[in-house]
Design a protein around this ligand. Sequence first.
Ligand SMILES: [Zn+2]
Ligand SMILES: [Zn+2]
Length: 271
Amino acid sequence: MKLCVLGSGSKGNAVLMQSGTTRVLIDAGFSTRAMSKRLAAIGVDPRSIEAVIITHEHVDHVKGAVSCAKKWGWQIYATEGTRGASVGLDEADTRSVASNGSIDIGDIEIRTVATSHDAEEPIAIVATGKPCGVRAAIVYDLGVVTGTISKAIERVEILILESNHDGEMLRNGPYPAMLQRRIAGREGHLSNRSAAIAAAASAHRGLSHVVLAHLSEVNNTPRVAYETMERGLKRTVFHGQITPAPQDVPSRTFSADKGREFSAAQLSLGI
Ligand SMILES: [Zn+2]
Ligand SMILES: [Zn+2]
């Protein structure tokens, strides 16, 4: 199971995942041209992608979905709420997915989990690579981590989690009070601190990567987000890597090996 964040933030989001021979994209928040450029940068032919799952109707997640799907033959999946609220998506060939459901696409099994965000029917994704059993969660655009979300991310090997803003930077920043309240609210965006608490609660020895997503360019910096997460995970069993995902270029590739946990156990047993 491999993942690459093609870009993340308020200017556009897309995450590519691959297991076996199946490639699925989560969100298509870039224009066809930008998507083509980013995929070329990581050596992926857009036609090799089978499907795109849209998490919600905000433009930074849906912008290129219809045009890319048409151009490269991707199947679009979205909840009924997202589909109805997106201009263009409601007329495209879209398959419906429940907000707490599951879909099977080739070598990837996908679970959808409802999130708390100011959109019609937003979802987070937990994907399992069938050949390897590795699990990855993509959880962004949420105001709070609900019980359902924290349960869903419990045993994942790769966690892509929103770390949108630093609370103090938001309060002291240039945004008007109303926008500040919206961002910090229950249906807004996750703070660095809330992300660190959620990641710490889900930390286990098999957690290889915590990828910080949807960083604000105004109320956060990659360093502040990284340090908050590092502090949050310090007293846990986590010994993986923390990486802030960039907005302007694709991230590195994140992969995990389910065998890691077993080899550690074998070592401690002396076998
Ligand atoms: Zn967003
Ligand atoms: Zn959003």
